[in-house]
Design a protein around this ligand. Structure first.
Ligand code: SF4
Ligand code: SF4
Length: 165
């Protein structure tokens, strides 16, 4: 059995939910390739997410070479995630972590507050149907459980060196 099977299943479910909400709310979303304010530096990922990225880099030497070159060239001078390329696109898009997959959508954060990227939902979030809200606590709990079953561990820097450590 693939050690990352449960993580991949979780990601597939999250992607399906994201696709659903995106289809319903497309007119309120500015998210597009090249928009990257949300690709902040200093993010960390769960160990299972790091393992998935490291495995992908191992299987795709071209992507790994690009990621290594970006880490050296620092096209965004550390103002963005080190996996963001000079064109503003994610160099590991296929295996980007969970937090990047829900970015921009309406998220219910700790305390019940509903938030979204300031570039989206310019008319506000008040009329948003309950089914189009993503609950951060639920996502965090599911990822925690999957990560624990994978083996758990410290969170890992979202960098090419971090995920390979
Ligand atoms: S992994 Fe990709 S999508 Fe996520 S913050 Fe980095 S560049 Fe952006
Ligand atoms: S979340 Fe915001 S910054 Fe990120 S792609 Fe969407 S609109 Fe752009």
């Amino acid at each position: 059995m693939d050690r990352l099977h449960e993580y991949r299943t979780l990601i597939a479910k999250v992607d399906a939910k994201v696709a659903d909400v995106t289809a319903h709310q497309a007119e309120h979303l500015a998210c597009d390739r090249g928009c990257h304010t949300c690709c902040a530096p200093g993010l960390t990922v769960a160990s299972v997410e790091a393992a998935a990225i490291a495995q992908f880099l191992g299987e795709h030497p071209d992507v790994a070479a690009t990621a290594e070159a970006l880490a050296k060239a620092r096209p965004w001078q550390d103002t963005r995630c080190s996996f963001l390329n000079a064109d503003g696109a994610c160099s590991i898009y296929a295996v980007r972590p969970l937090v990047c997959r829900t970015q921009g959508l309406p998220i219910v954060v700790e305390g019940g507050q509903l938030t979204a990227c300031s570039l989206n939902f310019r008319d506000g979030l008040n009329a948003l149907p309950a089914g189009d809200r993503i609950d951060q606590k639920t996502l965090s709990t599911l990822l925690f459980v999957v990560d624990q079953r994978f083996g758990g561990g410290e969170r890992v820097a979202l960098t090419v060196d971090g995920v390979r450590a």
